[in-house]
Design a protein around this ligand. Structure first.
Ligand SMILES: NC(=O)c1ccc[n+]([C@@H]2O[C@H](COP(=O)([O-])OP(=O)(O)OC[C@H]3O[C@@H](n4cnc5c(N)ncnc54)[C@H](OP(=O)(O)O)[C@@H]3O)[C@@H](O)[C@H]2O)c1
Length: 259
């Protein structure tokens, strides 16, 4: 298999046409050399990097800025907001107040060194539709206001239910969805199918299953990890792989799945 992200085909996200083989940066704090992993991903054609200001207690965005600036013009840095910025390094505490939604976005802009972040997901963490008196719909309205202020370019949704997506999609443009989905975890299929019907990019996190070892039948020469990622790409034209790793070897193996 060729080690080239562009072999996965392309998709339009946040106004850029990019390969559907992306990269998830959450595992970088466990890496021996985060900069090498990041630089190799971009060298191999990756143009979607999923991150969050709270990953690694705040260090992951620093790794990205140090390794990749000046960024390629078509790089989609996909971030998240919806956590308390005063709880860095003490676990992630959901907070959907307008003040904290803005604070997370401003932290991204400052650490990543960007006037505007291309894509910011409203990351929902509640079991229901309301967290500490703020409803999902109110939080989405605030995201639209923050976008109108020019702080973010495009709004995505993460960890959302099918119903939340449908409501937000009816209210304003939803640029992407990032939910848990993979061969071993297909409960979110209705959301993915809605995204497929509406042309909404779907950044699937946890494609290696979080301990679920279910794997599609292997093609000759394919590893289990590659089979899962190739299955994900074949599942829908809107899926985007954001598999996470802290290892250059695993990164290359994952990107080669695109072939
Ligand atoms: N929106 C959200 O709420 C949310 C939640 C969770 C994650 N995410 C994003 O989604 C990305 C992916 O999720 P994830 O990292 O949790 O899960 P994942 O990609 O399914 O799995 C990552 C794990 O698999 C291992 N791995 C990766 N490639 C491998 C390979 N080729 N062979 C063997 N093991 C391999 C990694 O270890 P090594 O480091 O040793 O390779 C790591 O332990 C994250 O990086 C993050 O950006 C988003």
């Amino acid at each position: 298999m060729a080690t080239d992200a562009t072999a996965a085909g392309t998709i339009s996200i946040a106004g850029r046409t990019v390969p559907r083989m992306g990269f998830g940066a959450m595992r970088l704090p466990g890496s021996k050399d985060p900069a090498a992993v990041l630089r190799r991903s971009v060298e191999l054609g990756v143009r979607v990097i999923d991150t969050a200001w709270f990953y690694g207690g705040g260090v992951v965005n620093q790794y990205i800025a140090e390794a990749l600036r000046p960024y390629p013009a078509d790089l989609v840095l996909a971030t998240k907001t919806g956590a308390s910025t005063t709880h860095v390094g003490q676990g992630i505490k959901p907070d959907y107040s307008a003040e904290q939604l803005r604070a997370g976005i401003d932290r991204d802009r400052s650490v990543l060194g960007l006037d505007t972040v291309p894509l910011t997901h409203l990351r929902w963490m509640g079991d229901g539709d309301e967290v500490d008196g703020v409803t999902f719909d109110q939080a989405f309205e605030t995201m639209l206001e923050i976008q109108a202020e020019g702080r973010i370019e495009h709004i995505g949704l993460s960890n959302v239910t099918f119903d939340q997506l449908r409501r937000a999609h009816a209210r304003g443009p939803v640029a992407s969805v990032s939910n848990l989905f993979g061969y071993g975890a297909q409960d979110d299929a209705p959301t993915l199918d809605f995204c497929t019907e509406n042309g909404i990019p779907y950044l699937a996190f946890g494609p290696h299953g979080y301990g679920v070892t279910d794997t599609p039948p292997l093609e000759p020469g394919q590893t289990a990890a590659q089979a899962r990622l190739k299955w994900l790409l074949a599942r829908s034209p809107v899926t985007v792989v954001i598999a996470g790793t802290g290892s250059v070897e695993h990164l290359e193996e994952n990107i080669a799945a695109a072939g």
